[in-house]
Design a protein around this ligand. Structure first.
Ligand SMILES: C[S@@+](CC[C@H](N)C(=O)[O-])C[C@H]1O[C@@H](n2cnc3c(N)ncnc32)[C@H](O)[C@@H]1O
Length: 216
């Protein structure tokens, strides 16, 4: 029987090196912060980079910066002139995250905002315009449906939403989590997306589940 752990090691050994700047950021996040496990890490960072290379977005929105690992992974693959707008609601993270974004090789492509995306984004983008090419949705699981509606409103037709943690460690199918607010938030999101005729969707069972959604 092959263990998931040995397969994880095998995958990591066959996807190329992690950029040294991202590796240091991952280490520092895990050393200095209580919730270091929330950082995307090498495998997901590589996937995000690959998707950005494929889609070649001019403007990405990220919901949930944390320490900037996923934002910088995506920024590293942006085409000339591309930009990522990333929101973090927890202002206590700013002292950690802002200098690490600003000192990075991709700083010029990243616009880091501290605030609640649900309140702040509508003030940033004029009603009726759809400038977003891609959204990485990785905030509070209880609010996924709200982020989804917000993202769809400003996403161009043909644009993509990538939603992280949509299998929530398997809790989406585990009755023991029927009263857990985060599990209920993720399940509600998955149900809304599944029934939504405005989009095409597929769930990748990578890490904690990543849903790829295309606005028709
Ligand atoms: C899982 S972490 C993000 C990890 C990061 N994207 C990465 O992969 O390295 C989720 C973050 O979303 C932030 N967040 C939660 N609700 C938010 C909101 N409404 N607006 C902006 N950020 C939010 C949290 O404070 C937390 O730092």
């Amino acid at each position: 029987m092959v263990s998931a752990q040995s397969l994880d090691g095998y995958i990591l050994a066959h996807i190329g090196e992690e950029h040294p700047y991202l590796h240091r950021l991952w280490r520092e996040s895990n050393l200095h912060l209580v919730h270091g496990y929330m950082v995307s890490g090498h495998l997901q960072g590589k996937l995000l980079r690959m998707l950005v290379h494929m889609v070649r977005p001019s403007l990405i929105l990220e919901i949930g910066t944390y320490t900037g690992y996923s934002a910088l992974s995506m920024a590293s693959a942006l085409p000339e002139g591309g930009r990522i707008l990333t929101y973090e609601i927890n202002d206590e993270l700013e002292d950690f995250t802002r200098p690490r974004i600003e000192r990075s090789p991709w700083a010029a492509r990243v616009d880091f905002r501290v605030g609640d995306v649900l309140a702040d984004l509508p003030r940033e983008i004029p009603d009726g315009s759809c400038p977003l090419d891609m959204v990485f949705l990785d905030g509070n699981k209880r609010q996924y449906v709200d982020y989804y509606e917000l993202s769809l409103k400003y996403l161009r037709p043909g644009g993509f939403i990538l939603a992280d943690n949509t299998l929530w460690d398997g809790h989406v199918v585990d009755a023991a989590y029927d009263k857990d607010a985060q599990t209920l938030g993720v399940r509600r999101f998955n149900d809304v997306v599944a029934a939504d005729g405005r989009v095409e969707k597929v769930i990748l069972p990578l890490r904690d589940g990543l849903t790829l959604i295309r606005k028709i």
